[in-house]
Design a protein around this ligand. Sequence first.
Ligand code: IMP
Ligand code: MG
Length: 173
Amino acid sequence: MNDIQEVLLDEQSIASKVRELGERISHDYAGRDLMLVCILKGAITFTADLMRKIEIPATLDFIQPSSYGNAAVSSRKITLKKDIEADVAGRHVLLVDCIIDTGETMDFLMKRLRDRGPASMEGAVLLDKRSRRVVDVPVKYIGFEIPDRFVVGYGLDYAQKYRTLPYVAVVRT
Ligand code: IMP
Ligand code: MG
């Protein structure tokens, strides 16, 4: 695709990182009631791959914050577009997102769910743009730290495009 400037992470590197994260999570949550919460829409690919590398029982739910906007710039007003259906009280919740940027989305969602009394609350992200962090939200499972560039693919979009790409790439914006 000629809109793609550079492939940052290919399918193989992603797959081996996802396997590694799945092993860590399986180990850390052994014997616990694990609830995976996929942050729509971006985390759909990561969650689908990650959950198949988690070797302990887990449930799956979906949550959707208000849209990041149609461009590489955010509007920074976060609301809940879709809430999870299950009760989190007493459960070990793992919030899964594809990327953490300013940290505001993860922070907002963690606070919302924490109010409902989970037994524990952690985050898992494939990509971390650490240099952009505004809110100091602790994320336990991080795949790759990446530079401050707008990336697409593996679930991530630019104006709703490129989500279906199997790799992570920098797009010409
Ligand atoms: P944060 O609230 O600033 O941490 O942003 C997190 C959300 O912004 C993610 O769930 C993505 O939807 C979106 N986002 C941040 N950076 C990128 C990017 O480089 N490409 C695509 N989406 C991004
Ligand atoms: Mg988006």
